[in-house]
Design a protein around this ligand. Sequence first.
Ligand code: SF4
Length: 576
Amino acid sequence: MAGPEGDRLLIVNMTDQTSSYEPFPEEWKLLGGRGLSAKIMTRDCDPTCDPLGPDNVLVMAPGVLSGTTAPTSGRISIGGKSPLTNGIKEANAGGNPGQHLMKLNIRAVVVKGQPADADARYGLRIDEGEVSVVDASDYKGMLNYACCEKLLANESKSASVISIGPAGELRLAGASVACTDQDQERRPARHAARGGLGAVMGSKGLKWVLVDPGKAKTRQPASKEFNKLNKSYSKTYLDGPQMFKHGTSSVVPLANMLNTFVYKNRTEGQSPDVDTLDGARIVESFEERGGGMHNCMTGCIVKCSNIVHDKDGNYKTSALEFETLTLLGASCAIKTFDEVAELDRLCDEVGLDTIEAGAAIAILMDSGGMEWGDSGAAIALLKEVAEGTELGKMIGNGAVATGKGRGHKRVPHGRGQAIPAWDPRPLKATGVTYAAGPMGADHTAGLVVNPGLTEDQLAQASQECQIVNMVCDSSGFCQFISPSIDLMKDYYTLFYGEDVTREQLGDQGWECLSDEWSFNTAAGWKDEDNGLSDCLVNEGIGPDNAMKFDVSLDVINASKVRFEPREELYTAAASG
Ligand code: SF4
């Protein structure tokens, strides 16, 4: 199978601050993003290593179609061993760094080692393919927005940045990795948030990566039919319901109806503040305050990202997502989207996962350490994370660390990672993903929004969704354009000019999941431990508090044994 000439892996050694290129292995041609990260981790990383030690590996891998003209396809995966789950982790982000790396034929940046001086800070410059590791001590401790503004002030308009905030520098397990978006301001508002990979980047002394593709061209497909597929796929999408045209925050009323707009640390499935937290209020604010919907990366036709302005009409944050409104809003009994917007901006500045931080704050409130709904105290607390106070470090290390620090038992998590907004009690197949999937509690790994499944349907529904989402997160497509395996195999066929089959991609998705499970087993995960926190098993929500995560371990573990592929596997849309 032919492919773009000159594809390569960029290997960066942070122990001696050197770098080199390796040819990209031919057999990995159809792998990008999460799948490629899993292969590199399996090849290069000892699963028993300390996640914050020199032997962990940080992978930055764009999807296969990043850097091409395929619509909404420029995502990047950040991978490594997670300090939260102690297993393999991938988190996915938009913005333009993924496209820029691929235009330079860099299929992944693989960061290894660790500087001897834990206080040293470095930047990695990739200028039109020329690579240098430079001193970045001037950026030490900077918040993400100021860091990117300073860095980009004298750079060409074509550059983009991957960075961490103070939380990553402090190696806190809830730290995220930020990517700059495609707008003129190039704000670090797109976060590979889950699993604490910002802490891994911080442990390597790497504050930022600057990628300037200069005049590098868009990646060219082997077949001209590729452009025809772009047109027909875009038309089909734009003529359709465009479910996310007002952003993910528009699902708030639906989630509340399904008992998955959780309130007060998940003691209830519905929030009395659903109206003031509904994304419709954000859309209404555009007329008076400005802001609006935009695309976070070049070539995205979904434009799900809302730019939220404050009451004075000044930029506050983007995007304010459903997950953030649930975890930092409803679950903390914080009432309005304006308060959550402030908290979201702070998380982006400090470099924190809004899900993990929201869950930690809700646990602090539930344990009596803060009043429910006190957004002022929550704001002060996030500032403490950046300052590295003891309380700040506890929150920055996530939900489980906060439960431990407070001696509080109601800590909803899966494999040490806070449960996302989508609750496993009404959505049991999603719960199976959280309980047995290699990513721990991460909805992007396999979200099934179907409360009507019977017990014997749960494992297969979760498994199929995990395979489709794996293929999607390897392709570069955003989950919000909802590609199917059939669509992705058509794209790969036209890009490489040789037949790629639906079965090939389905098998590849399963193989990558198996790589991740094998890594986790070697890291110490055991199948008998697959499951979720007691509070999700024993405490009900919904009518008569009847909804519990009462799925048996046999059903949970059945999701790890491959089912005979059904037609739906190839035609179902990825969901995030
Ligand atoms: S759909 Fe939304 S998150 Fe996905 S690339 Fe577009 S703007 Fe970014």
